[in-house]
Design a protein. Structure first.
Length: 511
């Protein structure tokens, strides 16, 4: 049975419309119930009916506007994303209520804390409803609503992961603080520790990351060096209304094409010899349009912001892992190291890895012997570190998978913007095929050298298709399955075949 022609297509369309309508009604009803209960507890039941009706009408009207303004009928995917978006929003508001309540119940009492938590949550709910209406009506009728809903769901889920991750850190800090200062002061001490730890981890991670341009080994160029590329980039930048980026060329055969930077005025467009030599002039223009579309869409800023839970969780994992390795009875064997013959001068060479070892082994070796009490404290600290490591690992895996979903959505949006600029989906499709062929021809060693910037390039540069295990053995098959699962969860780009199919669909629509 075909769903493209005959009676199958109308049936699928009708089912999709009904599913979307039911999702819209369900969202409105759930919103009404939640607001009614919150309003009744926080303000009183007298005006709860009118307030709940007014606020619940906002998402209903917004979803109705989407249905009538889009090109075609709503799809089953849109209905599913609406339900996911509503569930994530409700969970977020519940987390806000619980957080405010826990921080105010001790000083204010149960009833007053419930009132304060209800008022804060109501304010957020009303703001979210107003923002949703304004955003949906401002983006225009040409929006890909399925893509927009998917991105909204991803962002909300990342917010929830961040809240859960910080809540777990707060809980550990609260348990420890309560032992020393009591439960009342422990609440606020744990809050301060959580905020401080988050700030330190975030600052450390973002300031310690090396420059992407340096990692890509790219050299800035001028218009005299590459007049053709500079002229094409200037034209595309003017079409998209973005500042002219600095163009840097990477001397590698791996086909790199990426933009890096946080603000549009500071963007660098990095192209490799491998990418430039693999493309025709028209294909190179399409690739440049794709990359500058990221600038126009503020993707660097968006992805930096939403990657916060990944950065925080990964930073905590790294530090806890080092703590467990150094103090939990395990030794690191990253490199051979011999302790110095004599104590170094701290004014001259203090902190040098050649003196102290890659993980300060020299300082560890010169510490005085530990007492039984120290061993007991270290055992307790190792257990706490293990708990934090598990929490951080779970947060890292989930948040990285969600960030990958959002990254794939941004790549799809950049493809469509590039097509609008060049007017030729076939040209961008040809560029993707040419770059994909060049990646296949590039030695695995060269791809591994640029793996650190793979997620930023127009196509992933990692050798993802390589099977890491022997398919004839049980362990090899298990490793292959894990490898495919990792690729599916953490892939930063949509599969190239899917992108080509989407571009072919756009090409047919333009004929």
């Amino acid at each position: 049975m075909s769903t493209e022609t005959g009676w199958g297509a109308p049936v699928v369309s009708a089912v999709s419309v009904v599913a979307y309508a039911l999702a819209m009604i369900g969202v409105a009803v759930a919103c009404w119930i939640g607001i009614f209960l919150l309003w009744g507890v926080a303000i009183g039941p007298d005006s709860a009916l009118a307030a709940a009706t007014a606020i619940a009408a906002c998402p209903a009207l917004a979803l109705g506007y989407v249905a009538v303004s889009m090109d075609g009928n709503p799809t089953l995917a849109m209905a599913a994303y609406v339900v996911c978006l509503a569930g994530a929003t409700a969970t977020f508001l519940a987390a806000v209520w619980a957080t405010v309540f826990l921080f105010t119940v001790i000083p204010l009492g149960f009833d007053a804390a419930a009132t304060v938590a209800g008022l804060v949550t109501l304010a957020l709910a009303a703001t979210a409803a107003a923002v949703s209406v304004g955003a949906l009506t401002a983006v225009g009728e040409a929006t890909d609503w399925t893509l927009a809903f998917r991105m909204a769901v991803a962002i909300l889920l990342l917010v929830l992961i961040t809240i859960g991750f910080l809540a777990a850190i707060w809980l550990v800090a609260f348990v420890l603080s309560s032992l020393f200062v009591g439960p009342i002061l422990g609440v606020y001490a744990a809050g301060g520790i959580t905020v401080l730890a988050t700030a330190v981890l975030g600052y450390h991670e973002y300031t310690q990351v090396a420059s992407i341009e340096q990692r890509a080994d790219a050299t800035p160029t001028t218009a005299d060096d590459l007049p053709g590329i500079h002229a094409t980039t200037t034209k595309v930048a003017a079409q998209l209304g973005v500042p002219m980026p600095t163009i840097a060329i990477s001397e590698t055969h791996a086909p790199e094409a990426m933009v890096v930077g946080f603000r549009p005025s500071e963007m660098h467009l990095i192209l490799s010899y491998g990418a430039v030599t693999a493309l025709t002039d028209a294909q190179l223009e399409a690739v440049i349009a794709h990359e500058l579309a990221h600038v126009a869409n503020r993707d660097a800023m968006v992805m930096t912001a939403v990657s916060a839970p990944v950065v925080l969780a990964d930073g905590l994992r790294a530090r806890v892992r080092d703590d467990v390795w150094l103090h939990g009875g395990r030794e690191r064997d990253d490199e051979e190291w011999e302790p110095p013959a004599e104590r170094p001068d701290p004014d001259e060479e203090w902190g040098d890895d050649e003196i102290f070892g890659p993980n300060d082994e020299w300082r560890t070796m010169t510490q005085p012997s530990k007492s039984d009490d120290d061993d007991a404290n270290e055992s307790d600290g190792w257990l706490i570190s293990l708990v934090l490591f598990v929490v951080a690992t779970v947060a890292w895996v989930v948040s990285r998978a969600i960030t990958a979903v959002l990254s794939r959505a941004r790549e799809t949006a950049a493809d469509r913007t590039a097509v609008e600029v060049t007017g030729s989906p076939a040209t961008l499709a040809g560029a993707l095929r040419a770059l994909d062929d060049r990646i296949t021809q590039t030695p695995t060693r060269d791809l591994r050298e640029v793996a650190s910037v793979s997620s930023l390039s127009i196509l992933p540069l990692e050798p993802m298709a390589t099977d890491p295990g022997d398919p004839d053995s049980i362990f090899g098959r298990a490793r292959n399955r894990l490898h495919r699962l990792r690729v599916r969860l953490f892939r930063s780009h949509p599969p190239t075949e899917r992108r080509l199919a989407d571009l072919e669909t756009l090409e047919r629509e333009r004929r």
